[in-house]
Design a protein around this ligand. Structure first.
Ligand SMILES: [Fe+2]
Length: 286
């Protein structure tokens, strides 16, 4: 995996590596509070390692407490529902986000005015150990570093045009598949994985079109890109435990979800935190 810089002030915490990338801090004693960890240090850890897992800490008391904590990180994205998205399966969902199906790889904010830098997840209740529902994160800088130059050159010719209408937006975004990290400029992938049109169980397919390569080469480019994003060398699969807090780097990673058993008690909360300054979505058309 890519060498990540050490974060000097992190020495005061017991920071352990997560495979294949990311770091974890386990609560030093029962009842320890996430809010007592230094946010400047945690932010530097996420920027360096892209995933930070905080495990065993006292849970936030409710969505308001989580939201207040996230404000220590920066300006939260505000949605029609507020800042805290309650990710729970709905009985008859109008969109796959609230279903138990898989969620294809994407980046958060792709259809919004601003792209958040961080996602902060709290696991209120984990699904059962055999229920699936893992959140998947792909390290796209590592994907590009490890692919052969000819393959990267083909991916770099692709542009995605994405249209998605759901409860909270009806937007079109156009983005090159390979683009530059908005802060340090390293190459990253911005891609929403297509779902096979024949997957009739998938609720509310987005409308995805890709240009820049002839049709036969496009199919091959999707296949190689998908394989690289899901290569275990670049993919962190997070199996939730109740109480976990996971903070991810949305500028570098793509993320998705594995399908889970319908009716499993999976309950996550998610807050998005904008960068400093907030990143205006470069791809939003409308
Ligand atoms: Fe997402």
């Amino acid at each position: 995996m890519t060498d990540a810089p050490d974060v000097p002030a992190a020495g005061r915490y017991d920071v352990t590596p997560v495979e294949p990338f990311g770091v974890a801090i386990l609560a030093p004693e029962p009842g320890a509070r996430v809010a007592d960890l230094d946010v400047t240090t945690l932010r530097a850890l996420v920027r360096a390692h892209h995933i930070l897992l905080l495990r065993g800490f006292a849970p936030f008391g409710g969505p308001e407490e989580l939201s207040a904590y996230c404000e220590l990180w920066g300006e939260p994205s505000v949605w029609p529902f507020g800042t805290v998205l309650e990710l729970v399966e709905k009985e008859r969902p109008e969109d796959h986000i609230f279903d138990h199906s898989h969620m294809p790889m994407h980046w958060d904010g792709m259809y919004r005015d601003h792209i958040p830098e961080f996602q902060i997840f709290q696991c209120v209740h984990a699904p059962g150990a055999d229920d699936g529902g893992e959140t998947t994160f792909s390290h796209t800088t590592a994907v590009l570093e490890h692919a052969d130059p000819g393959t990267v050159a083909r991916w770099s010719r692709m542009t995605g045009t994405y249209h998605r209408a759901m409860e909270y937006y009806d937007s079109v975004t156009v983005s090159p598949v390979v683009t530059a990290h908005p802060v340090h400029g390293a190459p990253v992938v911005r891609y929403n994985e297509p779902v096979a049109p024949g997957d009739g169980d998938f609720v509310n397919h987005p409308d995805l079109r890709f240009t820049g390569l002839p049709d036969d080469e496009l199919a091959e480019a999707h296949r190689t890109l998908r394989a690289a994003l899901h290569d275990p060398a670049h993919l962190y699969v997070h199996s939730w435990r109740t109480g976990d807090v996971v903070i991810s780097d949305n500028y570098t990673l793509l993320h998705g979800r594995n399908a889970f058993t319908s009716g499993a008690p999976r309950h996550l909360r998610r807050v998005q935190v904008l960068g400093t300054p907030p990143l205006v979505n470069p791809g939003l058309v409308r």
